[in-house]
Design a protein around this ligand. Sequence first.
Ligand code: AKG
Length: 268
Amino acid sequence: MRLTTEEIEAGAMSPENLALAARTLHDVGYVVLEEILPIDWVNRTRAQCDADIAEFVAKELKPEVHAERAGHVSMLAPMHAPYTDPIAVENPFALQVMEEALGKSLYCMFYNTNTAYPGSMYQRLHRDIYLPFPELKHALPVYMVVVNIPLVDFTLENGSTEVYPGTHLITDIDPADSQKLLERAQYLPAVRTNIKAGSVVVRDMRVWHRGMPNPSDMVRTMLAIVYGRGFWMTDPRMNQIPRSTFDAFSEKSKHLFRHSPLVEDAEI
Ligand SMILES: O=C(O)CCC(=O)C(=O)O
């Protein structure tokens, strides 16, 4: 959905647009807030992120893991600027939607990047989280969302993510069985997230999705910041935050990262 210039300048959605965004997240499983970020910030972040990911792939990612993941790279975001910029971690529009859907107790659980490297192939179809009560026949309200921030235009050519609207509400299938999901997905509509850099996607993490082939020569990266309701406090992927980074956070970022382990700068 598109926000008005007035909303973007004010950093706040109107009550009508907020209700529409929250309803879309509820019904579809995700909502796209189109072109709400300053493009110069996106470009600077992309330059930094491309360099960090290249170093990560060269130094830390074993070639066999890279091959096994079909060219899709996930890196925990380094906890410093530009990644920790309030534009990303406390994006006012994404926060409005999340607070409406998850309540004000939400907090940042972990912060990743997702890259479809040139030559990447199909990722397995998956959802990012399991159902806490798989025995229930009906879906619970949303409890974990990812805020995806594409750092380039996402297109069919560079491997825009494929998503299956409405699948966050499916409870009668084992989400770990990727083959079963694929069989079932044949009968479901799929959408490619072809969106402009500067857009922000707020997605219920139960939605089925997969990274797609990237036959272009462009590195296709998005930031993936995961937030949960206040009671989801034990994810082992939580980023360690240098104390100096944390101390320099705004009060809002401090609140959002309040459960993350801090490390003293001397220990880094
Ligand atoms: O990179 C993508 O398009 C999707 C990656 C993803 O969602 C994942 O690894 O869970």
